[in-house]
Design a protein around this ligand. Structure first.
Ligand code: ATP
Ligand code: MG
Length: 461
């Protein structure tokens, strides 16, 4: 049973909380002064402390400090009397886990307590994992071994306790969105998670998508529409492909991040932003800043906490556990009973470059699983990877080798291979661009650029 200590000088609040929380199944203790509360905690620590900022003897911040000294990981939820940003920021800086406003709303309190307990549980899990460095571990379905991924798990644990902005960077298919969802689920699981792809919509539309608009603010604005920042409530707005945002909108976003409020398009009301904002990019934002293509002030504002996902080729030790994990997912979805990949195929996987990273691995496993006859996926099940192996080429020669140079003994350039592969995928799939991107493991702008580069016209959308 989780234990809670309530420290507040208002006897009626203490009594109400005691009743309510006991009813909810917590083990509750209460104190009316900071000193009493501290003594009780020292005698026997609680999982969560609910702490008033104004106390008769010592102020809540001092109590918080001493609690933290006693136990660095204590989860303290502060009760603040005013909607006062400064008090709140100070409380959070002082290491409070969360805060709620007076008069106390039990739903709000409930969410805060559940979050605190969840984070406690996760810390324990992560601590346990950190003690076994050689094991492959997972947090919320993120597979990762090795130091780089372990540091990322730690960062996820830390940011899940706060609502700071997080910038997630990594090549396409490295798991940026997955990380964003895990952070969201650990921070505000019951609130909306809203992803916006900044490259997919034209600027003016994106602005009204994000901020909403008032009725009549432009032709076609027949009614007031709420934007993503409002719809996300206390949840998450995930700004994907942030590098593609126009300069103009970057300035507006910066203002939102600084002031945590905005106006709807065509409106005058100030709307508060309560959502946590995360952004992702597969570009090197810092380099774009240097080239003058991305605002440096916004970059610094987004980069408060950065998670840099390493490409799969730099963490090859993750390939076998990822294959296990992905295959069990695929088996479930496709009703298959695939056990694994052959040793020979595994060797290929371990040396392949994986330009599309984990998405690419997932896609080729799905494709192989669909056509495979046996329970072990072998070289023949992966025609796209088997080409450099002469025995593989002969055994699957019904798929003409598009990567072979027409003249014997000569080889194609990388660009030629890329172009042929893109054409092949478009030819063989009667799909829309989104699906082609998915199959190739690239983003929409990347595909567009490549179509442009190779002069491929592809109008199906
Ligand atoms: N560490 C991981 N463990 C398990 N699955 C993963 C991991 N990383 C990524 N995946 C899976 O790989 C696929 C691609 O991940 P995701 O969409 O998060 O990548 P992304 O970085 O956002 O890619 P893009 O830049 O192309 O949008 C998803 O199906 C995701 O679940
Ligand atoms: Mg993505």
């Amino acid at each position: 049973m989780a234990s809670i200590l309530v420290i507040d000088d208002d006897a009626s609040i203490v009594e109400t909380l005691d009743l309510y929380l006991t009813e909810e199944g917590y083990q509750v203790r209460t104190a009316l002064t900071g000193t009493d509360g501290l003594n009780m905690y020292v005698q026997e620590p609680s999982d969560v402390v609910i702490l008033d900022i104004r106390l008769p003897d010592v102020d809540g911040f001092t109590v918080l400090e001493e609690l933290k000294e006693e136990n660095e990981n204590v989860k303290v939820i502060m009760i603040t009397a005013f909607h006062d940003m400064e008090t709140t920021i100070n409380a959070m800086k002082g290491g409070a886990f969360d805060y709620i406003h007076k008069p106390v709303n039990v739903d709000e309190l409930d969410i805060a307590i559940k979050k605190a307990l969840k984070s406690l549980e996760m810390e324990k899990k992560i601590d346990g994992l950190l003690m076994e460095p050689s094991r492959s571990f997972r947090v919320g379905d993120i597979i990762g071994t090795g130091n780089e991924m372990r540091e990322i798990f730690k960062t996820i644990g830390v940011v899940s306790k706060s609502r700071t902005t997080v910038l997630i960077q990594g090549e396409s298919g490295t798991g940026k969105e997955l990380i964003a969802k895990v952070i969201h689920n650990n921070t505000s699981p019951d609130e909306p998670y809203i992803a916006v792809n900044c490259s997919a919509i034209v600027e003016t539309l994106l602005e009204s998508e994000l901020f909403g608009h008032e009725k009549g603010s432009f032709t076609g604005a027949v009614a007031r529409k709420l934007g993503k920042f409002e719809l996300a409530r206390y949840g998450t707005v995930f700004l994907d492909e942030i590098s593609e945002m126009s300069f103009n909108l970057q300035a507006k976003l910066l203002r939102v991040l600084q002031e945590m409020e905005f106006e709807r398009v065509g409106g005058k009301d100030h709307v508060k932003v309560q959502a946590r904002i995360m952004a992702a990019t597969n570009k090197d934002l810092k380099a774009l800043v240097k080239e003058g293509k991305f605002r440096d002030d916004l970059y610094y504002r987004l980069n408060i906490v950065a998670i840099n996902l390493p490409p799969l080729r730099n963490r090859r030790q993750d390939i076998p556990p990822l294959i296990d994990y992905l295959l069990s997912k695929i088996n479930l979805e496709l009703h298959k009973k695939i056990i694994g990949v052959s040793a020979e195929m595994m060797d290929k996987f371990m040396t392949y470059q994986w330009p599309g990273n984990i998405r690419e691995l997932e896609n080729i496993l799905v494709r192989a699983a669909v056509v495979a006859k046996g329970q072990v996926l072998g070289v023949n099940d992966f025609p796209e990877l088997g080409k450099d192996d002469p025995s593989a080429a002969t055994s699957s020669d019904q798929t003409a080798d598009i990567f072979e140079h027409p003249e014997p003994g000569k080889f194609l350039t990388l660009d030629q291979v890329e172009e042929r592969y893109i054409r092949k995928i478009i030819r063989e799939t009667d799909k829309n661009k989104g699906e082609v991107c998915e199959t190739l493991g690239v983003s929409r702008p990347t595909l567009e650029r490549k179509l442009d580069k190779y002069g491929i016209s592809f109008e199906r959308d």
